[in-house]
Design a binder for this molecule. Structure first.
Ligand SMILES: [Zn+2]
Length: 82
């Protein structure tokens, strides 16, 4: 599986496997894609949603897909001149 370069800095991302995050009042194990250079990250997914506690290939694939779509999904603003 390939991962796109970071949309912010062009850096090389990696999958952060087992971080803990506090979500909706609970500590959850999450995984997400993170840029090595600027620390930009994808959305996080909860491993518990995949029925696992440590690693899930499906979870990895999902976060990589989210990351790869990110550049295409970034919204645009009208430019302001001040
Ligand atoms: Zn970056």
């Amino acid at each position: 599986m390939k991962v796109k370069a970071c949309p912010f800095c062009g850096g090389k991302p990696f999958v952060e496997l087992g971080s803990r995050a506090f979500i909706e009042g609970r500590t959850e194990k999450v995984c997400f894609v993170r840029c090595k250079w600027c620390n930009a990250r994808s959305n996080r997914v909860r491993l518990s949603d995949y029925g696992v506690t440590s690693q899930s290939k499906d979870a990895f694939n999902d976060v990589i897909e989210m990351w790869n779509k990110r550049a295409e999904n970034i919204k645009e603003y009208e430019i302001e001149y001040k």
